[in-house]
Ligand binder design. Structure first.
Ligand code: LUZ
Ligand code: MOS
Length: 770
């Protein structure tokens, strides 16, 4: 089935926040943010700005009618700064005017006097100063200290991983207006309508039932609107509440890039121990998470880093620690993968280093260490229905890896100025919110008198096709045509207490809730039809919109069944509630069964590096992905392609740069490069692993949003292998992204850069970079 939105998307008819008609007299807002990365406000003078014709109000912390607090997990983030400033662009005030142009102009007229403090943007520096956002956490299995003694080889090193701008096409925005009885309605571009509702209720000092949040769809989010939409929505809600006027905000791109948090940069130290036959016996890593100025979702992201720190491998002895370091950057936040990619990059770096030192290709280590059924993940879950070796074997065979290697070697022999590199990237990603209580959803299904169906769930459509999947689930169970079904906007008064659409769980959680509601409804209709036909329920079936009696098609159409049921006063509405079974996690022991299931896959990446220029092109990425039994291959293959390219961008060209005062230097698309048509691989092959599908996943179709992002990591190691083919004396460091500039430096580097390998024969470490 095609994505239900596809025609409207390409013809520009789909409704986003900015397409909602605004009320007469709507005011427009712009955020006035901190002009420094760290400091203290001595005074702010709004007088000139307020004099500008068209300015309606300047809202500050003094106007807040409830708490000046928007921290979702930890209460450490004010909506508006009061005195202390912790990052460049941190909201100080909301300028509300007749139009956004006027509001922006007023922004330049505000005079602020600030005492500046030291700006820290490096997580290790913050750690040294003792600046942690919240307590550190460790996962362990076995005893690494004992295990080192049994290892034949031990290697230590360091990995540095950059952040990433979400670059959703639709920037952050919200529209709020007063409704009846002093209530507020908010249209928000958010993945978490309940998060917006709760945050606004808290800041306005209202009960949640006074705040209604409605979301039509988002023009992309990628995690950037899981938590960070709440602040902007709350600002306009507050303005609407105190001014009793409709107020709208749409961030312009530079403001959005400057003010919002991103994927967390991490820096990590690792130590890996192998047996003589290359089994990974022990792995220890300490990761410094660059949290930014407030906690936001960092505690949950830290958790997913811990869970995924051994990627697809069984490591009997592990000790993994994450420190969440407080720096003067916007609070870093959820981004597709949610901390897992950084943990996975780190162990893949450790494996690559071990392979270098042992003078073997990395896959020789990867392929014999995959976790198998019955083995234990370091967090206590026993691996079941493991498919990583299966995807690996299928990829090796299907894409003829031997041939790829031979061609690469031949190519590299023949060419002096160009080198090819190949990498293998295995993926294992746990599906479920790591916080067990979040794994629940509801679906409100109405069958209207005419037989058409309306569904409201907690899922947010953000381009990923969740609405299409929900329609498929309902159409399958009710056995009616998909055009009889409409998915409504996501609205907190119809579906309450929603988890954000995140963690790749949108289709699973809301799909199962829809399934449950539809199962109840179809049984009610069968019962009603059986009554009319004077037979037993079991003898009646509703199939392809007709009633079947004992397997024989009757003339009774779905519409008549519905109409008859309504006249008999049968309830044609049902609210389905789903809570993922079996999952649990005990934080005091850091053990449990947190994931409903895992998604597996393997990518083979081939790159050609131009060794004169340091530029590169990806020739091919070939993937075998574990979709389970994909319920919608068009959507799911699209998710894999999109995630792959997004992951490759993160690993290769997307580089965030900050001025010393914490101001983002790469705050536009001329300075922050994302993959375009020329940067994507020349070809991408995706094959589905042949399986029965996953029992617990909706229609046995596994979650697909985040796992394939990790394939992008293969790009880094492919480039690195090409660089080594050119400059064999050099062991490139593990510093992502591998930009063209870094590639060029590595191609001509004469010795090891700092931090690459701590152990060298004479104990010396060279710091020369070129
Ligand atoms: N959000 C969240 C997520 O709150 N918890 C998670 O475990 C998660 N995982 C991936 C992406 N978003
Ligand atoms: Mo997310 S990283 O909001 O699934």
């Amino acid at each position: 089935m095609k994505n239900v939105d596809s025609i409207n998307h390409v013809t520009g008819k789909s409704v986003y926040l900015d397409d909602i008609p605004v009320q007469k007299g709507t005011l427009h807002a712009v955020v006035f943010g901190s002009p420094v990365g760290h400091g203290k406000i001595k005074s702010v003078d709004y007088a000139e700005a307020k004099k500008l014709p068209g300015i309606a109000a300047i809202i500050t912390h003094e106007d807040i009618t409830g708490d000046n607090q928007i921290g979702g997990i930890i209460e450490d983030e004010p909506l508006f700064a009061e005195e202390e400033l912790h990052f460049y662009g941190q909201p100080i005030a909301l300028i509300v005017a007749k139009d956004a142009f006027t509001a922006r102009k007023a922004k330049t007229l505000i005079k602020v006097d600030v005492e500046e403090y030291d700006v820290v943007t490096d997580p290790r520096e913050a750690f040294k100063r003792g600046d942690l956002l919240f307590p550190s956490r460790s996962f362990q299995m076995g005893i690494v200290e004992e295990a080192w003694k049994t290892c034949e080889y031990i290697f230590e090193g360091r990995a540095d991983i950059g952040g990433q701008e979400h670059l959703y096409i639709e920037t952050q925005g919200s529209y709020a207006y007063p409704t009846d009885n002093g209530s507020i309605k908010i249209h928000s571009s958010t993945q978490g309508p309940t998060a917006v509702q709760k945050t606004a209720a808290r800041v306005l000092g209202l009960p949640m039932h006074r705040i209604e949040v409605d979301v039509a769809r988002l023009g992309g989010a990628f995690g950037g609107k899981e938590d960070q939409a709440s602040g902007f929505a709350t600002m306009v809600a507050l303005a609407a509440y105190v001014m009793k006027k409709p107020v709208k905000i749409t961030l312009d791109r530079p403001d959005d890039m400057q003010m919002t948090g991103k994927r967390h940069p991490y820096s990590a130290d690792y130590k890996i121990g192998l047996s003589k036959d290359l089994k990974i016996v022990a792995y220890q890593t300490t990761l410094y998470q660059n949290g930014g100025a407030a906690s936001d979702l960092s505690p949950a992201i830290m958790e997913r880093t811990l869970f995924h720190s051994t990627n697809s491998y069984y490591v009997p002895n592990t000790f993994v620690t994450v420190h969440s370091c407080k720096t003067n950057l916007p609070p870093n936040t959820a981004f597709r993968g949610f901390g897992a990619p950084q943990g996975v990059f780190t162990i893949e770096s450790a494996i690559a280093q071990a392979a270098d030192e042992l003078n073997i290709p990395a896959y020789k280590i990867q392929e014999i260490n995959f976790i198998r059924d019955g083995q234990e993940f370091q967090y206590g879950q026993i691996a079941e229905n493991v498919n990583n070796k299966a995807t690996y074997d299928q990829a090796i065979k299907q894409y003829n890896f031997d041939q790829i290697q031979k061609e690469t070697t031949d190519f590299n022999k023949k060419h002096v100025d160009k080198k090819r590199g190949v990498s293998i990237m295995p993926v294992c990603f746990g599906i479920s919110f790591t916080k067990t209580p979040m794994n629940q959803a509801r679906s409100l299904v109405h069958i209207y008198q005419d037989g058409s169906v309306g569904i409201s769930t907690g899922a947010i459509e953000m381009g990923q096709g969740v609405n299409t999947k929900i329609i498929q689930v309902a159409a399958g169970i009710l056995s009616i045509s998909t055009d009889k079904i409409k998915v409504e906007s996501t609205n907190t008064t119809r579906v309450a207490n929603t988890s954000p659409t995140a963690a790749s769980t949108g289709a699973d959680l809301n799909g199962h809730a829809t399934r449950l509601a539809c199962e109840v409804l179809i049984n009610r209709l069968r019962h009603s039809a059986a009554e009319s036909l004077k037979c037993k329920d079991e003898e009646v079936e509703i199939k392809d919109e007709y009633v079947y009696l004992n397997g024989e098609k009757t003339k009774v159409h779905w519409n008549e069944v519905v109409e008859a049921a309504f006249l008999k006063r049968v309830c044609l509405t049902e609210n389905g509630h789903y809570a993922t079974p079996k999952i649990n996690f005990d934080k005091t022991k850091e053990k449990g069964h947190p994931f409903a299931y895992h998604v597996y896959g393997t990518a083979i990446t081939q790159v050609t590096v131009d060794c004169v220029r340091g530029t590169y092109e990806f020739d091919k990425v070939q993937i075998v992905h574990d979709f389970g039994k994909s319920m919608n291959p068009t959507i799911d293959f699209g998710q894999v392609e999109g995630a792959l390219v997004q992951g490759m961008g993160w690993m290769t060209m997307e580089e965030l740069a900050f001025h010393p005062n914490g101001k983002l230097a790469s705050e536009s698309l001329s300075t922050y490069k994302v993959p375009d048509i020329y940067a994507v691989p020349k070809s991408v092959d995706i094959e589905a692993l042949e399986t029965e599908g996953a029992e617990i996943a909706i229609l046995k179709s596994k979650a697909v949003g985040e796992p394939p992002f990790l394939y992008g990591i293969g790009a880094f190691f492919a480039i690195r292998n090409a660089v080594k083919a050119f400059n064999s004396s050099h062991k490139p460091t593990f510093r992502a992204p591998y930009t063209h500039e870094k590639t060029l430096m590595d191609l001509y580097a004469t010795s090891l850069a700092k931090g690459a390998v701590k152990k060298s024969k004479d104990g010396s470490v060279s710091e020369a970079e070129v």
